[in-house]
Structure formats: structure tokens, C-alpha cells
Ligand binder design. Structure first.
Ligand SMILES: [Zn+2]
Length: 580
């Protein structure tokens, strides 16, 4: 039995050049003992591979592969990021290739347990090459999860007699318990190892050069499951029931139209067989308060978010907080546990990041995706990407998001031809916040809107979800053609006229009629939402052309005084009428 510090005897076979894949270099290895792996690694992490990309180092001309991993469980080490990026030597771009035998091979979508150490600059990499990487698989017969070291097909020979030392295959739960007890038994050794080899090396969640790189060879992006080791989903859609969310309005930003904004995210996800409904308001709150209802809240009642003075960090947290692992259903080969409760909680210290409803809608849509079973996508354009876009997408899905949710909730079908349902847009007023929605029906759902000709008045925008929003100083008539596209690429176009009215003109009453307990006023410059004051009492009124019609209110016989106040505060002169 061979033992030693250096487990990989012939370190690497390194071939530099153009697609030199024929090189017959190999790596010889001894499987290290579990306790050696535990002591010598700086971090041990369970997660899902989100994606891989390769890049040539400008100084050395070597190719490096960057592997993004969504962190699910940290068994060891100071890893706090939800995503980490490993940097490994080797890989291939269009022009260059660097071949290393014995480097760990990852595939997007794979669930893995990895032992990690760091390069001198603090970038993470797998400890002991392929030996430190375990794939997590579900046993088809028992349904249990196993970790497995991949020893074949790597141009690697394992020394005879090896393998009696370290675990190559084990049930995941048994293995993680073994790691935990080995950590417990080797605290002093771990500390000494870290101090003598890594005392002044940082541990970076991603290499310092990672974000500056432009990856032209990004592999096919992938949506991901929220919890790859035990995926869960709602069973309601299987019996045509909706998934219902309730909203706690306490602490919500004042610019929100709470129900409308929450509902926009719910309709975005209501594709395929999935229906997400707004259930009304609730007193429930937080993410950790499990009360049986799916809650969206803003008041941090469970103190999940700690105080912060800077406007950065987490915006919101969400997820399926309770599920039943022993109630399962299998969809497309994946076994899902039954989701029982999802909560979404906004960080009150992060609300300063939102300046309009569209931005908040994007985050609600993203977080709701987690509540429906999706994790972070490696498609940077996806709404389920780990990074917020604030690119006027509002509450909308990208194809990758839709593909993900359709995989978890398959079914549903096209309901008739894709059609635009909005014909007339309400008029906007200069310098006043404006919102309107372009609506569509039919097709495959998942509507994305864009302007194909004409222009919106400066300051107003059409969000990808079809929401028109903003504030403009350009009065007049603005014509544009908008196009809606559904998930399968069907499109429909419609022509719209948006009238922006001049502000500041006071309403003026020219005549009054009182009949059937309602006051009818005709005049000029009445605006939608104007209030009619009769003897000082404010009555709501509806506007039809140039006529305001109040709600019903019996007026006494005699003389009455009336004036109108527009929503901008402009007031008409007082007019009189007599009830006989
Ligand atoms: Zn997220």
C-alpha cells in the first residue's frame, strides 16, 4: 500500500497547442484517504454546476476553464457566496487548447461534492484534480443519493492496491456524516495545515479576473432546480389547482401598486400547466415564519436581514421553505418532493435599490421562480440568473426561464391564436407618473413586448412585460407599433396612440344637472380621478368625455355649492345648483 503526501505522482501531462488531443501522456494517481482530503482542502462544498467557460491567459497563453457552481451546502471552509467559480488549468477555445490529464471534468447541470483549495491568488480549484470531485447521482432502484468519484476515462491510471484508502462511492448522507466526523477528529491538523500553506492566501468565491473576461465560448446555458439534491415542486398544477401567494403590504415601497405588481409576476409564471394566483393580503410575513400560506412581505418581521447602512447586498430572499420529501412525483425522470410552503421576503435595507415598479417586478418575478422550484440559471439573460438586470424587463420570462418551468410543470397547450387585447391607451399627463399595460391572449403565453416602429414620448418606456411606465415632458400625440412575441416565437403587432396632455389647466364647470341622486357636471379640463365637492363633501366621479358623473348621494331641496378638484390639485371655481 502506497502512502505519501504527494498523491498524484506524475503531476500533469500538459499539452499546449491547437487541439492536440492525441497526446499519450497520462497521470498516475493514488486515491487519497478521506481524512487527508478533509485536512488538506480549504473548503468542501455540495452544489450544482451552472456552466463552464474557457479563456486564454494573456501572459502564459494557457487555457483555463472556469466552472460556475451554485452552492447548496458548505461542509467546510469560509464559503458564503451562493455561487462560486472554480478556475482549472486546461480547456479549449477556438484557437487554443491546453490539455491536462487528471483535471476534474464538469458538466453543466451536474450535482457535485467537491474538495477545494486555492491557487496562490486565492482562486478556487478542486483539491487533487479529479480525485477531489464527486458526482452526486440518484440510485434508480432505491431513490437514494450517492457520491461517486469518477476514475475512468480520464487518461489516468490508479496505482494498484489503491482505493482501499479513500471512499470512491458512498451514500451521500453517510459520506457527509463521515466528513463531519473527520473534521471533528482532525481540528488541530486542519488548522495547522491551513496555517502553514494558506496563512496569507485569500479564498475568493470567484477568480479576481473572472468578471473582466469576455467568454466567447460559453457553453449552452441551463436553468437549474432550486434544490438539486431534493428537488421540490407544487403538486397543485397536476390537478388544475392554482398556486396561491398572499401579500403583506406593511413596509412595501410607496411607489408600488401592490396587487398589480405582484400579479404581474404571477401571470408571467402562469404558463404551461402552472397557474399562480393572488390570494389577497395577509398578516403573515418573513421567510422563516411557516404559517401554511405562501407569503410575500417587506417588513423583515423575522429579522432574517440584518441592519445595513449601505444600499447594497441582498434584495430579497425566497424559496420553498417546507416540502414533504416522502411525498413525491416523478416528472420527466426527476423525482420531486411535494412543496408545502413558499415565502418571499424583501430586505428593507435593500429597498433603496428600487426606483420604479418595473425593477421591483423583476425581482418579484425572480424570487417567485425560486418559490416555484427554480434555482439560478447560468444564462445571464434569464430572469433566473443570479444577477439582477434592471433592463426594463419588468415581470417577464426569458426562453430559458420558460424552459425551466415547463420542465417542472409540463402540460398546458396553446389556447387559440396569439392576439393583442389592448386597443386604446389611457391618456398620460405631462410630468405625471404614468402606467398602462399592453395585454395579449392566446399563443403559448410568456409574452415579451417591443416597439417595432414609432416612438414612445421621451421618458416613458415599454417594459418587456408590456408595462408602459415613466414620466414625460413631451405633450402631444405619440404613435407607435408594438409587437408581442410568445414563447414559441409567434408574433402579433398592434398600432397605438398615446396622448400626453398638458398639465396645469384648471377644471371649469359650465353646467350642472342633478338627477337620480347623481350630479352631472359638464365643463373643460376635467381629469380622470377628479373629485366633486358638494357643500364641502367630496364625491368620487367618473369621467365620460367632458362630463363628470358623481356617485349617488341624495341632495336636500335647496341651494348647493359645487367645485371640482383634479388629481393634480387644480380646482375649479364654485358653481351653484338648486334642488327643487
Ligand atoms: Zn435568486
Amino acid at each position: 500500500m502506497l502512502r505519501g503526501r504527494l498523491h498524484i505522482l506524475s503531476l500533469v501531462g500538459l499539452v499546449l497547442g491547437i487541439a492536440c488531443t492525441e497526446a499519450a501522456l497520462a497521470t498516475t494517481a493514488i486515491v487519497p484517504r478521506d481524512d487527508e482530503m478533509v485536512v488538506e482542502s480549504r473548503a468542501i462544498v455540495i452544489g450544482r454546476v451552472l456552466g463552464l467557460s474557457t479563456s486564454v491567459d494573456v501572459d502564459t497563453d494557457l487555457v483555463y476553464t472556469y466552472t460556475r457552481i451554485a452552492v447548496n451546502t458548505v461542509l467546510k471552509g469560509n464559503v458564503t457566496a451562493r455561487e462560486i467559480v472554480l478556475k482549472e488549468l486546461g480547456g479549449e477555445t477556438r484557437e487554443r487548447g491546453t490539455m491536462i490529464f487528471g483535471m476534474p471534468k464538469f458538466e453543466a447541470g451536474q450535482d457535485v461534492l467537491v474538495y477545494l483549495n486555492t491557487w496562490p491568488d486565492g482562486s478556487l480549484r478542486v483539491h487533487q484534480g479529479f480525485l477531489g470531485k464527486f458526482k452526486i447521482n440518484r440510485d434508480q432502484v432505491t431513490g437514494r443519493l450517492f457520491v461517486e468519484r469518477q476514475l475512468e476515462g480520464e487518461n489516468v491510471s490508479i496505482m494498484a492496491g489503491s482505493g482501499n484508502n479513500g471512499t470512491n462511492r458512498s451514500e451521500l448522507e453517510t459520506y457527509t456524516r463521515r466528513i463531519e466526523s473527520l473534521m471533528e477528529a482532525n481540528r488541530a491538523k486542519m488548522l495547522a495545515f491551513e496555517q502553514s500553506y494558506y496563512s496569507d492566501v485569500p479564498l475568493l468565491s470567484e477568480p479576481a479576473d473572472y468578471h473582466a473576461k469576455e467568454f466567447k465560448d460559453e457553453m449552452t446555458p441551463l436553468w437549474a432546480l432550486l434544490n438539486p439534491t431534493t428537488p421540490s415542486r407544487w403538486f397543485e398544477p397536476d390537478s388544475n389547482q392554482p398556486v396561491v401567494f398572499y401579500v403583506n403590504p406593511t413596509g412595501a415601497p410607496s411607489f408600488l401598486q401592490l396587487q398589480e405588481d405582484m400579479q404581474s409576476a404571477m401571470s408571467a409564471w402562469s404558463i404551461g400547466s402552472l397557474r399562480v394566483n393572488y390570494g389577497g393580503t395577509t398578516g403573515g410575513c418573513g421567510v422563516q415564519v411557516a404559517d401554511g400560506a405562501n407569503t410575500i412581505s417587506f417588513n423583515n418581521c423575522d429579522n432574517y436581514f440584518s441592519a445595513s447602512q449601505s444600499c447594497s447586498g441582498l434584495l430579497a430572499v425566497s424559496g420553498i421553505v417546507r416540502y414533504m420529501p416522502n411525498q413525491t412525483t416523478t416528472i420527466g425522470g426527476t423525482r420531486y418532493a411535494k412543496a408545502i410552503e413558499a415565502n418571499m421576503s424583501f430586505n428593507p435595507y435593500g429597498l433603496c435599490n428600487f426606483t420604479n415598479r418595473c425593477q421591483l417586478q423583476e425581482v418579484v418575478t425572480h424570487e417567485m421562480g425560486h418559490g416555484l422550484g427554480l434555482g439560478h440559471s447560468s444564462d445571464s439573460n434569464a430572469t433566473m440568473s443570479g444577477y439582477v438586470h434592471f433592463d426594463n424587463r419588468c415581470a417577464s420570462l426569458m426562453p430559458d426561464d420558460a424552459q425551466g418551468i415547463n420542465t417542472i410543470y409540463p402540460g398546458g397547450s396553446s389556447v387559440g391564436q396569439l392576439r393583442i387585447m389592448t386597443y386604446d391607451l389611457p391618456a398620460a399627463s405631462m410630468d405625471r407618473d404614468y402606467t398602462a399595460h399592453l395585454e395579449a391572449s392566446g399563443g403559448m403565453g410568456g409574452y415579451n413586448w417591443r416597439i417595432v416602429s414609432g416612438q414612445m414620448p421621451y421618458g416613458l418606456q415599454l417594459g418587456l412585460s408590456g408595462m408602459l411606465f415613466g414620466k414625460t415632458t413631451a405633450s402631444g400625440n405619440h404613435q407607435f407599433v408594438a409587437e408581442v412575441r410568445d414563447l414559441s416565437g409567434n408574433t402579433s403587432q398592434g398600432s397605438f396612440m398615446l396622448v400626453v396632455k398638458q398639465p396645469g389647466l384648471a377644471p371649469a364647470i359650465t353646467s350642472i344637472v342633478y338627477k337620480k341622486k347623481k350630479v352631472f357636471l359638464t365643463g373643460d379640463n376635467f381629469e380622470e380621478g377628479a373629485m366633486v365637492y358638494v357643500d364641502g363633501e367630496g364625491l368620487t366621479a367618473s369621467l365620460d368625455g367632458s362630463t363628470l358623473k358623481t356617485q349617488k348621494r341624495k341632495q336636500k331641496v335647496g341651494l348647493h355649492f359645487v367645485y371640482v378638484v383634479n388629481p393634480d390639485g387644480k380646482q375649479s371655481g364654485t358653481f351653484q345648483f338648486i334642488v327643487e
